[in-house]
Design a protein around this ligand. Structure first.
Ligand SMILES: [Mg+2]
Ligand SMILES: [Zn+2]
Length: 223
């Protein structure tokens, strides 16, 4: 499954730049542990335009990623990959969510089928990403503006009360598929057995985008 960071796995601190600002939300580690224990691959996909904006550096993000992994591992969980977009929204790069390059790159590197994946996030862009890759979007409820909340709920396959609820829904859904016979049942079951981490490798191989000026700003594109 593909996980959003801010507001989904972690407390949403806008443009967090220090490791101590990375704080797991209740249930995050347990949800990742349960899903990985059931054979899922856990991949973080996150927009980090604070890098392009000069608020923090790629090195800062590496330190935040390390803090996140350490906190997860302390609770028996782990992220199989961390992929980020460092670009400014105006760059119109192919990796900024809801665009799909981060998921496509992760899917290629970890031999996953995005169409069988789950995307768990707290924003409309996460649900749009799920749609764009043909996966299943799960919206974790957060404080969104009314307009975005409505659109996100419309786009999601399930609206979860926290990430643990999202995990329970996924596991129940996959169990139902297995009961109904082979075929779809495999879902995004783990095709990666080595456990080799690729975290920290995302993002920076991505082209910086064309810099095409944006006439119509996406109202949900501010981060
Ligand atoms: Mg978020
Ligand atoms: Zn990007």
């Amino acid at each position: 499954m593909f996980l959003d960071r801010d507001g989904t796995l972690c407390v949403d601190v806008p443009y967090a730049r220090r490791p101590e600002e990375i704080v797991l939300l209740p249930g995050s580690a347990e949800a990742v542990r349960c899903l990985r224990g059931s054979g899922f691959v856990a991949i973080l996909v996150t927009n980090q335009s604070g890098i392009a904006r000069g608020y923090f550096t790629e090195e800062d993000l590496h330190r935040m990623n390390a803090k996140l992994q350490n906190d997860l591992q302390a609770a028996g969980a782990f992220l199989d990959g961390i992929y980020w977009c460092p670009h400014h929204p105006d760059a119109r790069c192919p990796c900024r969510k809801p665009r799909t390059l981060l998921v496509e790159t992760a899917a290629h590197e970890l031999c996953l089928d995005p169409a069988r994946s789950y995307v768990i996030g707290d924003r409309l862009m996460d649900m749009q990403l799920a749609r764009a890759v043909g996966g299943t979007g799960i919206l974790v409820q957060s404080l969104l503006p009314e307009e975005e909340r409505h659109a996100a709920e419309e786009t999601a396959s399930y609206v979860a009360n926290g990430i643990m609820d999202a995990a329970d829904w996924i596991l129940a859904r996959e169990a139902g598929r297995e009961d109904s016979g082979p075929g779809e049942a495999a879902g995004v079951r783990n095709l990666v057995q080595s456990g080799e981490s690729t975290w920290g490798e995302g993002g920076d191989r991505t082209p910086s985008g064309g810099g095409r000026p944006s006439s119509a700003e996406d109202p949900f594109d501010e981060l």
